[in-house]
Design a protein. Structure first.
Length: 337
């Protein structure tokens, strides 16, 4: 693998001035690589010269790297020297762990995939939206299996109501037309990631977009729940431009340290809060609550407020808190879920 000099090819991989500006004068001889695969004990990087296995420093923790990261590598030995600062980072709290799990880095768009059957769950989808918002990644809702619907539920309408200006796309994950519908977010140099529960068609959609041949699993008819078919994160090229990152299905997405993401998700509540009589209003029982007044007038859905309250309380419980004097603060671990 030689030093990268083709700026056009670098740009196609997602390289921008944001990353180039981080490379010092004494690092000009190093090769930028994008992390394409993360395993328990090894990392693979992608450059315009192809995919290579990286030589890791002693005692490196691969869990500190995410698919989509940019790193600097020695040109001959493939020694990993350092990781560049991320532009965006998708991560989630994990039960029993202090540090969050890294899902994907430097992602422009998150395709949140759900199916038009018993898997459809607005409360769970709101959790994915909060994660995307917190990462400053653009969320796009992708509805699959519309061709197998057995009810007249307005899935696109319900989905669009979850967040302002939310893009909603309905596709048949196996059809080439799905790639056409999602192409606006899959342009050269753009990176998309897929998230959603198991069995909703994420791996099928990756196959359709990238031409890859991943194993896909079935769905239990009684509850529409699927089996995990993706066990590791990986970066795939999209013919004609763009990159896609598949992630394992998430059964339970906990909310923690997502305050900004929740504010964006529940913008109608965030905007009403300053109008409440009390600055610390819980929007539950206080007099002069503008949010409760909106519920009473019918301009705010009561179930929506209940879901906001639940996620907000969970977020507070699961967000580390720093206490103590300045310069000697202690971070308290969040409770176990």
């Amino acid at each position: 693998m030689g030093q990268l000099t083709d700026l056009g090819q670098m740009t196609d991989l997602g390289w921008t001035d944001f990353f180039a500006d981080q490379v010092g004068q004494d690092e000009q001889h190093l090769v930028p690589c994008r992390i394409a695969q993360v395993h328990r004990a090894r990392l693979s990087g992608l450059s315009t010269a192809g995919l290579v296995r990286l030589t890791l420093p002693v005692h490196v923790n691969t869990g500190e790297y995410a698919v989509g990261d940019w790193v600097l590598v020695a040109p001959q030995t493939h020694d990993l020297r350092r990781r560049l600062e991320r532009r965006t980072l998708l991560q989630r709290p994990v039960e029993g762990q202090f540090l969050p799990q890294l899902a994907a880095a430097n992602v422009d768009t998150l395709f949140i995939v759900t199916s038009c059957n018993a898997d459809f769950n607005p409360a769970r989808l709101e959790r994915y939206l909060a994660m995307a918002n917190e990462a400053a990644t653009t969320p796009v809702m992708v509805l699959t299996k519309a061709d197998t619907m057995t009810d007249d539920r307005d899935y696109p309408g319900e989905t669009a109501a979850l967040q302002r200006d939310l893009a909603v796309v309905t596709v048949n994950a196996r059809s080439p037309e799905a790639a056409v519908a999602l192409m606006p977010w899959c342009q050269p140099g753009q990176t998309v990631a897929l998230a959603g529960s198991s069995g909703v068609g994420k791996s099928t959609l990756v196959n359709t977009l990238s031409g890859a041949d991943q194993v896909t699993g079935g769905v239990r008819e009684q509850d529409a729940k699927g089996r995990h078919t993706t066990t590791a994160r990986s970066l795939h090229a999209i013919p004609g431009g763009g990159w896609i990152i598949d992630t394992p299905g998430i059964r339970n997405l906990h909310v923690g340290n997502f305050a900004a993401g929740l504010d964006t998700l529940f913008a109608e509540i965030t905007e009403l809060a300053p109008l409440c009589k009390f600055s610390d209003c819980s929007h539950a029982h206080e007099p002069g609550c503008a949010v409760m007044a909106a519920v009473a007038s019918g301009t705010l859905d009561e179930d929506r407020l209940a879901r906001w309250r639940k996620l907000s309380e969970e977020n507070v419980s699961n967000t580390p808190v720093q206490t103590g004097p300045r310069g000697n603060r202690t971070t308290h671990r969040p409770r176990r879920y």
